[in-house]
Design a protein around this ligand. Structure first.
Ligand SMILES: NC(=O)C1=CN([C@@H]2O[C@H](COP(=O)(O)OP(=O)(O)OC[C@H]3O[C@@H](n4cnc5c(N)ncnc54)[C@H](OP(=O)(O)O)[C@@H]3O)[C@@H](O)[C@H]2O)C=CC1
Ligand SMILES: CC(C)CCC[C@@H](C)[C@H]1CC[C@H]2C3=C(CC[C@]12C)[C@@]1(C)CCC(=O)C[C@@H]1CC3
Length: 345
């Protein structure tokens, strides 16, 4: 094991710091006086005072050189769920996370905070105010989620108070905000192709959407509360906006805010889910000869048509968490940040 980094040092590294959440985290950490470095496949921006290391997190040597002198690591890298690439998820989220843990220990890092996902307990059926003690999904809804479960277990099991290596996991849900490459762009693309006319199910299902700055806030609180003997050691925390909202109201607010029409016509959930499943199976069969990516995947349909919202009581109690941006303000700031996606732009 390397020489231990001075306890209380404010040197941290963000693995995945070029991504959507990672970059917001880097910016806030810098504001709070941390000295920050980024480890990612690529460098997507420049920020004075931030050092970038490009490399693959599965490469232990590359990680080791990036982690020298770092006391706190945030691991928020993952292949995008939309890639639906089982081998890639297993390589990066499972074996890569084992490499991250080993490199952290070897470099003398003291704290590791993982960005997990609230979806680790979601099996495609209703979850209302779910707490962290719900069992992991036995039948995860996709490969992405299956590997996020393994990843979270690895990180939490690595927590070793005796040897001074402390870990915790943040489970956000439905992150949105400026620069998100996923939720708003996919929504707008679907609307532009005339496919956002339908509501899947009765439209009354409640879901958590979490403004990115609240997710960042949860990560930093977890890192700062993670001390030997603190209740945070080895624990997962739901971090949400604490304002469950009807999935279709949220979608409509974003669409209308950007000048598109809200979906109006209802389609039965089981019909759409069945069709999405058929289409997904077809993409698997046809993959050797052609590749296409359906908009309505079984995972998206399940997310769009069921209740799934989570209690963040544990984060409130252990971390003193409270959302810093309301859902209404978050939606407004998000909509304003995408002028190029406005209707007619
Ligand atoms: N967005 C959401 O709604 C939710 C996200 N999460 C989790 O939050 C985290 C961040 O997600 P988000 O910011 O949305 O995702 P992004 O894709 O924007 O960011 C992930 C970053 O990790 C990088 N990366 C991927 N593979 C590797 C690798 N092998 N080595 C080094 N870097 C790599 C990506 O590079 P590249 O772009 O080149 O692939 C990207 O820069 C993820 O762990 C995700 O599972 C959890 C719940 C909800
Ligand atoms: C086409 C429409 C039915 C839906 C368009 C919006 C969706 C792209 C998003 C709605 C909920 C989002 C979500 C995620 C990705 C984007 C959505 C499906 C995650 C799967 C991202 C990664 C996670 O860990 C969980 C997220 C749940 C919510």
């Amino acid at each position: 094991m390397a020489t231990r980094v001075r306890p209380g040092s404010k040197r941290c590294a963000v693995i995945g710091g070029s991504g959507f959440l990672g970059r917001h985290l880097v910016e806030k950490l810098q504001d709070r006086g941390y000295s920050v470095s980024v480890f990612d496949l690529h460098q997507s921006y420049q920020l004075q005072g931030v050092t970038f290391h490009t490399g693959d997190l599965c490469d232990r040597q590359a990680l080791l050189s990036a982690l020298q002198g770092v006391s706190l690591v945030f691991h928020c890298a993952s292949p995008a769920p939309a890639s639906d690439d089982r081998a890639l998820f297993e390589r990066v989220n499972i074996r890569g996370t084992q490499t991250v843990i080993a490199a952290c220990i070897e470099a003398g890092v003291q704290k590791l905070i993982l960005t997990s996902s609230a979806s680790v307990v979601f099996e495609g059926t209703d979850i209302k105010n779910g707490r962290e003690d719900l069992p992991y999904a036995r039948k995860p809804i996709d490969y992405y989620t299956a590997t996020k479960i393994q990843q979270e277990k690895l990180v939490l099991e690595a927590c070793d108070e005796q040897n001074g290596f402390l870990t915790a996991a943040i489970r956000p849900h439905g992150i949105f905000g400026p620069r998100d490459p996923q939720l708003v762009p996919i929504l707008v693309d679907t609307a532009r192709r005339g496919k956002m006319k339908f509501i899947i199910g009765d439209g009354k299902n409640l879901v958590d959407f979490t403004f990115v700055e609240n997710v960042v806030h949860g990560h930093i609180l977890a890192a700062e509360c993670l001390r030997p003997d603190s209740p945070t050691c080895g624990k997962p925390y739901h971090i949400t906006n604490d304002e469950p909202v009807r999935f279709w109201d949220f979608m409509s607010d974003v669409l209308v805010g950007l000048g598109y029409s809200a979906p109006r016509y209802h389609l039965p959930y089981t019909l759409v889910y069945g069709l999405a499943l058929l289409l997904w199976l077809l993409t698997l069969v046809l993959r050797p000869v052609m590749s296409f990516k359906p908009t309505f995947t079984p995972m998206r349909v399940a997310l769009a048509g069921t209740h799934h919202y989570y209690s963040c009581e544990r984060a409130k109690e252990d971390l003193g968490y409270k959302p810093v941006v309301s859902l209404k303000d978050g939606i407004q700031r998000t909509v304003l940040s995408y002028p190029h996606l406005r209707h007619g732009a």
